[in-house]
Design a protein around this ligand. Sequence first.
Ligand code: PEP
Ligand code: MN
Length: 265
Amino acid sequence: KLVSKKWKAKPTAIDLGDGVAIKDGEMAIITGPCSIESEEQIRKVVQHCVDNGIKMMRGGVFKPRSSPYAFRGLGLEGLKLWYDIAHEAGIKIVTEVMQTSQIEEMYPYVDVYQVGARNSQNFNLLDELGKVDKAVMIKRGISGTIEELLQSAEYVFSGGNEKLILCERGIRTYERASRNTLDLNAIPILKAKSHLPVIVDPSHGIGLRAYVPQMALAGVMAGADGIIYESHEIPEKAYSDGQQTLDFEQSARLAAWIRDSFAMR
Ligand code: PEP
Ligand code: MN
């Protein structure tokens, strides 16, 4: 496989410009709300990132929701608004693309296209992202194996787009005490098998706010190249995933812990 270390031994570095990169040997921190909700919310999260030296912000404008009646996101208009505010502050944007028709319209306003867990094996979407000259982060499928994640990455890579990032976000198991089961095993295994950077999402991985920091740090120690987690000024009022979202104080503390842990690794 092209994404395998056997094909390319040297780790792949994803350069997002302005000195921002996701790569082996650095620790990327990506935070932001589950959903982009309003201009006011965007400004607050951007300021939180600036205050804490965080260069990449996450957020969904096209949301994959289990219920069709739940908030589905602000769409392209929300993304444009977010882009203007974030880029003014030097913050890069990580956001989910749900379908092929959105790739082109989102292109000018995105730094990393996120492929969500539910679309991890949407092979048409992966084919099209293979033709794009912009970074793509692929999340592991809800019940996806490590091998399936690598095969999904292979679709994009073999299509010509080598700016790829893998994301462990927890898998569905029989355990119901947590939302998902963060598979820490996947981190060293992915790092050993592939030259692509590996990011860990402890928010979706455990789904419980109180334990997100521990699992983030476990991810750092397991060898992750970055952590992506959800934050919001008032998590209880978040339109989605509030139960697993940190407030700004918790997020600031976690960002510092992530850096300290990485320095000790
Ligand atoms: C998200 O990042 O908010 C999200 C929907 O993630 P996942 O695809 O991992 O469920
Ligand atoms: Mn979410």
